[in-house]
Design a protein around this ligand. Sequence first.
Ligand code: HEM
Length: 328
Amino acid sequence: MSFSSPLLVFWISLVLLCQGSQAQLSSTYYDSTCSNVSAIVSNVIQQAQQSDTRIVASLTRLFFHDCFVNGCDGSVLLDNSYSIASEKDALPNNNSLRGFDVVDNIKSAVEDICPGVVSCADILALAAERSVYLAGGPSWEVLLGRRDGTTANPVGATNNLPSPFDDYSTLQSKFSALGLDNTNLATLSGAHTFGRAQCKVFFSRLYNFSGSGYSDPSLSSSYLAYLKQSCPQNGDMTVLNNLDTTTADTFDNSYYTNLQNNEGLLQSDQTLLSASEASIASTVNSYATYQNMFFANFAQSMINMGNIDPLTGTDGEIRTNCRRVNGS
Ligand code: HEM
């Protein structure tokens, strides 16, 4: 039997289409295998939130630190082992990232209901969405179907993650290297509407900005005085400060009004408004006025970030324990 050429083209197209769609994430991915997964994630987070209001911020950040290193593959969750050098020890993460115990609790609650089905990478995506929502922010349809990586990349964590001391063009290039544009940068930075930062990540702005011996001129004088009290010279560098000085634990647009008032905590925050690029300043100003616009764009930007290099199909695995590669 011989295929006529139109039939051959049809079969080849079908195969290519199936391969393509395998790599696609989908909001209905667990509908038939673990339909309650989002509710389970939500319950565990609400439980944790009762004793730790900050947890929602910490879980949102975990997803960011996962996606920026080897894509959204749960690599940030892997502990050190004979085969893994953990990303948790990398400079941006060490003594800073938190929420791993809550991810463990989510994973075991999910495994109880649907064993071996839901990846740790997808748990991070779902936890970030529920966290934003539970703090008063937008909700969105989370795209799912990621699988878990079997390697970690501590060097990537050190190099790819943005630093609070980065200037605008460095931030821009770290985002664009992952397919995220300037609007994504300005929008995702709005996650600093909740959570905390240690004195050490903005200390130089208070006392010795860019080696000048002076404070950062882009800090309002009242905010500067307030921060100096919280972070005195020779004080404890690990003291925590609210990233959003007006509504610390609420996901809203006050991050952007803070920037307008020269009250962005990190240099990388305030630089969005002082950036030479007018379009970014105008995005900041629009978000400060229109919270709905910020919320809609934040949801879309989180989806974009969640699309960074996922493992799909038969790549990677579904980890049983988020801290360990299966069989290790
Ligand atoms: C634009 C570049 C960014 C830089 C330079 C940056 C840097 C930082 C730093 C230095 C901290 C404080 C860490 C500490 O003191 O231990 C922090 C906290 C945080 N970041 Fe970012 N970040 C950036 C973007 C993002 C993005 C895209 C998200 C999420 C979408 C995010 C979410 C958070 C949250 C929620 C916290 C508070 C976490 C907590 O309280 O546990 N950040 N960030």
